[in-house]
Design a protein around this ligand. Structure first.
Ligand code: FAD
Length: 295
């Protein structure tokens, strides 16, 4: 690996100034579980890495307006141990806790998972389903972006040179709503998803789906927000007919590739099955939360 300049700023402002000075040759470093592997293989050759892990606003989880602000460099292990976040957004926490192993989760962050821009990144479908928002910092100030607008293609984000993903914001959890995340991998652990599916449902007092969001991973060049599939559930109890229409719409939303983990056709079928299971899991959680909130 060629010599690389290492910087360890203590504030977002310092990190942004370093990024602006170095331009496109600099790379932010969160956990390094993607970046260091890519540097070792020679796939990326940054002149400078800017370590984000000493920046207090980027490490840690705070509650804000009933929701949560997750620093982009917060390790997944910290996310997994946060009881209030787990209670409010179990699907998002499930996704973070599926990334790699316990060792990987000690370093890996949601910011790195998103900015590495793998179509199979586990956090993306769960965060799309949860209506999460990217808080982006640069010399021009702050801007916000829905998670589903962050990815531009495999390995590419819509971040501009000099921009940093500072945090991920999750809204307040609905009293009659809940989320869930499921993935299929070729082995029992430590592999990349063949398909990942996240769902968030909010129910009315009669148990009908009032609103729904479904996110899919590894079925297209970028993570997918499957709006037609979510719409197929709205106004219905979770009956077979509604689930069947949802599954059809999920398959139609996929544009997968054939690769060593599965064919395009297999991925489309699995996406429908996983979406059904994850929607059922979110529905059960939402019912349980609703009965808790009305008792
Ligand atoms: C053994 C192993 C198993 C893995 N298993 C999984 C898995 O099951 N599921 C999965 O989804 N991934 C998996 N991964 C990939 C990786 O661990 C995750 O993508 C992880 O979340 C990356 O986070 P990080 O903090 O280490 O990112 P880093 O490696 O630090 O960064 C990744 C990329 O994002 C950029 N970046 C980082 N932070 C920011 C920021 N705040 N703003 C702008 N750009 C930024 C970096 O410059 C780099 O290009 C695995 C990796 C390994 C080595």
């Amino acid at each position: 690996m060629a010599a690389v300049e290492y910087q360890s700023p203590g504030t977002v402002a310092e990190a942004i100034a370093l990024l602006a000075a170095a331009g496109a040759t600099a790379r932010p470093l969160s956990g390094g579980t993607d970046l260091v592997v890519q540097m070792r293989s020679g796939r990326v050759r940054p002149g400078q890495v800017i370590d984000l892990k000493r920046i207090p606003e980027m490490i840690g989880i705070s509650e804000s307006d009933g929701g949560f602000l997750i620093g982009a460099a917060t390790p997944c292990a910290v996310i997994g141990r946060h009881a209030a976040l787990r209670a409010a957004w179990p699907g998002v926490v499930e996704a973070a806790c599926l990334i790699g192993s316990a060792q990987v989760q000690g370093r890996a962050s949601l910011g790195g998972n998103l900015c590495n821009a793998s179509p199979a990144a586990d956090s993306a479908p769960a965060l799309i389903a949860a209506s999460a928002v990217c808080i982006i910092a640069s010399g021009q100030g702050m801007r916000e972006l829905p998670i589903e607008a962050l990815h531009a293609g495999p390995g590419k984000t819509t971040l501009k040179t000099g921009e940093l993903l500072q945090a991920i914001r999750l809204p307040a959890a609905a009293a009659r709503g809940a989320d869930a995340y499921l993935r299929l991998i070729p082995r029992t652990e430590m592999d990349i998803a063949i398909v990942g599916a996240g769902a968030h449902l909010v129910l009315d007092a009669a148990g009908r789906v009032q609103s729904a969001r479904i996110g899919l991973g590894a079925v297209a060049p970028t993570p997918v927000r499957a709006d037609a599939a979510a719409a197929a559930l709205v106004g219905h109890l979770l009956d077979d007919a509604a689930l069947g229409r949802m599954q059809e719409a999920v398959r139609a939303a996929c544009s997968p590739i054939d690769d060593k983990r599965g064919t395009a056709d297999y991925r489309r079928r699995v996406a429908g099955v996983l979406a059904r299971r994850v929607v059922q899991a979110a529905y059960s959680r939402a019912l349980a939360r609703a009965s808790g909130s009305s008792s």
